[in-house]
Every structure is written in structure tokens, then in C-alpha cells.
Design a protein around this ligand. Structure first.
Ligand SMILES: NC(=O)c1ccc[n+]([C@@H]2O[C@H](COP(=O)([O-])OP(=O)(O)OC[C@H]3O[C@@H](n4cnc5c(N)ncnc54)[C@H](OP(=O)(O)O)[C@@H]3O)[C@@H](O)[C@H]2O)c1
Length: 270
């Protein structure tokens, strides 16, 4: 029986750090993990990360899976891979990190609609489909980490689709956590503020290289895994982020949407 870990969006940023940290901790649980699946679209990135992790963790097989996970197809793909592995001696999924996602800076009405719909396809539909595909292979002790965002706590002007998509991820995760508790499967929503990754480059279509004031992704990942071990359902690392998460409850979500709309400084081509 293979015991595996799956990380989506593993080719850079937060997902890459999850892959590193989970490899290092793979023998910490009841069942030692034998395989790590790294999923993203960039083949070269995945291949070099897989080589690095296999070198550092003898006995761990790291499988790069080059795929576009967007939409329902993402779930079908994972479902197929798991069925193959199950037919070949059985499979148990120790942890799923649903992390692949992106944002789009700019107003909804002037930003390319298809790009924003792609964002929903990945951040919402794919995350849900992948979870549905993996759950039949989970059991007592399994864990799910869904990367949401600090944006999940508020409506946001000039980030409207992204904030709404991450509000879905947060609420989906909490509902799932309640449903799966009896089965011994734990779920946590990771809700970071700015993290130093390729996020801004993608969201601004290359106009901004770095997320402003981004925290180290390795610290964000370590903190999330620590809270998961403690049975917490939401991970918000920095005090500043926790205060920001509380503000919409104090002033109302429309107010925070209006403020982010007016103070918006993120560059966009729209
Ligand atoms: N950085 C921040 O400030 C921040 C804050 C809050 C939440 N988040 C969330 O954190 C998660 C990770 O983002 P990040 O900040 O680490 O940004 P990133 O460095 O751009 O990483 C995004 C990852 O998602 C993968 N990905 C994108 N589209 C994909 C697709 N269609 N199919 C499969 N994989 C895809 C990318 O790989 P390929 O391009 O190789 O496919 C990459 O591995 C996202 O869900 C993001 O919303 C980020």
C-alpha cells in the first residue's frame, strides 16, 4: 500500500515550500510516507524540485505531474492517477495540499473576463474537484490544507473575483472540516497576507515582480503545519494579518471593499 502526499501548485512559492517541508517531515506521522506527488504546469521546475527532494530524502519517491489542473478536468486527472495507483497495490493519501491558484489585479469591468473566469476555474472549481477526487483514498489521520488568503475575510475592490474565490475556499474548508471530523480527517484553511512568491508577477501580468512586503513562504508553511497539528481550522500567521482579518467584521464588508477600491495601488494592464 502506497502512502502518498499530494501538493498542487508545487512549482513555485508556497506550494514549493510545502513540498520541501512535508518531505522533511514525512516520517513524523503514524504511517511513513513513501511518495510525494508534485503537480503544476512547468515541467522543468517540477523536475528539478523532484530531484532535489529525492536527493535530500532517501527512500522517498517524488513524482512530478505536469498538468493544468483548471476546472473539473483537474479532478478527473487526479482521480485517474489515484485509480491507477490503487490498482497497483493500493493507495492511502496522507495529505492533500490544495494550493494551486492565482489572482488578477484590477477592476472587474476592465480586466479580461476570460482570465477572471479561469481564476474561478482554478481557485474554486479545480480545488473542489481535486478534493472530491482524493477523499475516497483518505481515512483516519489524513489531512487537507486548502490555501485560501487573507482576502477571504473581506470583499475587495479591484480584487473582486480573487477575494470572492478565496472566501469560497475558506467557507468550503470549514464546512468540510466539520463534516470530516468524525472520520478523523482534519482540514485547515491557510489564509496568508502578502507572501514573497511569483503571485504578483502573475496577477499584474508582469508589471510587478514582487508582492509588496511579502513574508517568507517557508515561515508561512511551517506555521500552517504547526497549527494543523494542533487541530486548528484556520491559519493566519502574522498579528497584522489577524487584525486585517478582523476589520471587515468591525466595519462591514462593503466598507472594506470601498477602502480597497480607493486605496488600490496594485498595477494592472486593464
Ligand atoms: N503570495 C501571496 O501573497 C498569497 C497570499 C495569499 C494567498 N496566496 C495563494 O497561495 C497559493 C499559491 O500561490 P503563490 O503565492 O505561491 O504564487 P505562485 O508562486 O505564482 O505559485 C502558484 C502555483 O500555482 C500553480 N498553478 C497556477 N495555475 C495552475 C494551473 N492551471 N494548473 C496547475 N497549477 C497551476 C503554479 O505553477 P505553474 O505555473 O507551473 O502551473 C505555481 O506552482 C495561491 O492559491 C494563492 O492564491 C498567495
Amino acid at each position: 500500500m502506497k502512502n502518498i502526499m499530494i501538493v498542487t501548485g508545487a512549482s513555485s512559492g508556497i506550494g514549493l515550500e510545502f513540498a520541501r517541508e512535508l518531505s522533511a517531515q514525512r516520517n513524523a506521522g503514524e504511517r511513513p510516507v513513501s511518495e510525494l506527488w508534485l503537480i503544476a504546469r512547468r515541467v522543468d521546475r517540477l523536475a528539478s524540485l523532484a530531484a532535489e527532494l529525492e536527493r535530500q530524502n532517501p527512500g522517498l519517491a517524488v513524482r512530478p505531474v505536469t498538468a493544468d489542473l483548471a476546472g473539473r478536468a483537474g479532478g478527473l486527472l487526479i482521480s485517474g492517477l489515484l485509480a491507477e495507483a490503487a490498482a497497483d497495490g493500493g493507495v492511502f493519501v496522507d495529505i492533500l495540499v490544495n494550493n494551486a491558484g492565482f489572482g488578477t489585479y484590477g477592476r472587474f469591468d476592465t480586466t479580461d473576463l476570460n482570465w477572471q473566469l479561469d481564476e474561478i476555474d482554478l481557485n474554486v472549481t479545480s480545488l473542489t474537484a481535486v478534493t472530491g477526487a482524493v477523499l475516497p483514498y483518505m481515512g483516519r489521520g489524513s489531512r487537507i490544507i486548502n490555501t485560501a488568503s487573507l482576502a477571504a475575510f473581506s470583499a475587495m475592490g479591484c480584487f473582486a473575483v480573487y477575494a470572492a474565490s478565496k472566501a469560497y475556499v475558506l467557507n468550503f474548508s470549514l464546512g468540510l472540516a466539520a463534516e470530516l471530523e468524525q472520520k478523523g480527517i482534519s482540514v485547515i484553511a491557510l489564509c496568508p497576507g502578502s507572501v514573497d512568491t511569483e503571485f504578483a508577477h502573475v496577477a499584474s501580468e508582469g508589471l510587478r515582480e514582487k508582492v509588496r512586503g511579502g513574508k517568507n513562504p517557508a515561515l508561512v508553511v511551517k506555521h500552517c503545519l504547526k497549527l494543523l497539528r494542533k487541530g486548528r481550522k484556520i491559519a493566519v500567521m502574522a498579528l497584522k494579518w489577524r487584525i486585517k482579518a478582523f476589520l471587515p467584521r468591525l466595519f462591514g464588508r462593503y466598507f472594506t471593499a470601498k477602502v480597497t477600491m480607493i486605496t488600490e495601488k496594485r498595477p494592472s494592464r486593464a
